[in-house]
Design a protein around this ligand. Sequence first.
Ligand code: NAP
Ligand code: ZN
Ligand code: ZN
Length: 348
Amino acid sequence: MIKAKGIAAQAAKAPLGPFDFERRDPKDHDVVIDIKFCGICHSDIHTVRDEWGAARYPIVPGHEIAGVVRAIGPKVTNFEVGDHVGVGCFVDSCRECTNCKQDLDNYCLNGMNSTYNGFEKDGKTPTQGGYSDVIVVDENYVLRIPKSLPLDKAAPLLCAGITVYSPLMHWKAGPGKKVGVVGLGGLGHMAVKIARAMGAEVTVLSHSDKKKEDALRMGAHHFISSSDKGAFQNRAGSFDLIINTVSSADLNLATYFALLKLDATLVSVGAPDKPLSIHPISLIMQRRNYAGSLIGSIKETQEMLDFCAKHNITPEIEMVKADQVNEAYERVLKSDVRYRFVIDIATV
Ligand code: NAP
Ligand code: ZN
Ligand code: ZN
């Protein structure tokens, strides 16, 4: 077994603290990765605080993993020692269902193996995530990080980046399309940058005025604060696609549906702990659609990393040490993250 050290939550209300554990020895197709950086996703907070249920402690969170290959199993063909690599939200899947066979392994019908708070292929060994110094992952679920992307800034792409890239691609954001992004946090700020690079006209919808300058600097064409009722009225019926990244259930969806054109779509990627309510009239009028989207496949994640390298797109990050993670969580909860915390794993 390989010794690993990280930080873990031992209970829903407990702060994260140091935790020693073990990783499996590499099998034929496994890659051993020295983790250098790991992003803090709001999903880490929902999970360790047991807001979605099903938390199993101890939990080492983290699914925005960037590092360097330390060793490879004897049959690994895709990677070599020293390569820059990433791991996202899942580390395996059944590989046999119709979705896996169509490169939609994120929607594996038998449940993909999530990077943490899940189980390995044996169905009983708990998975532990990237707030730790080493991880062992099958090569088919490891991403190649292009050399032009610095590892610290590549980390958040593995979840925040792919979670917005996938719906932007699926609903064809591009030239001539008006795209709204609700919530300028980790996911939201990546959505702005990626949608802009795809050629769309981008509007940020934020719950205060505080992030206006930042949003415009990142490439948004317009900014609307949720208190500006006039702006909501002026833009009614004008959007082709809205991506809702808000982590809280404290949102009146009707005001966002009213912004959509005929047949346009509001996609929720934000996953609050409580349900959101929808009046069907919001959808009936203008035959609107409401959809969800879950991260992206391994294939699409690689495509997204290459897209970001080509267009020079990186997140705005604030580096924290391992002993600052609890404080960083509090700041994320206050929407005071600019715009993704990344843990320097050397401090774990
Ligand atoms: P984040 O950095 O905390 O960003 C969330 C943003 O939502 C905040 O920055 C804030 O933006 C807005 N917001 C927060 N509280 C609000 C409130 N009470 N009312 C209105 N707006 C509010 O979180 P994140 O890491 O981007 O994650 C966002 C959500 O996506 C989380 O629920 C996470 O679990 C989920 N997620 C889903 C997937 C998926 O596959 N679907 C993947 C990753 C994450 P403003 O200040 O601009 O309003
Ligand atoms: Zn995430
Ligand atoms: Zn499957």
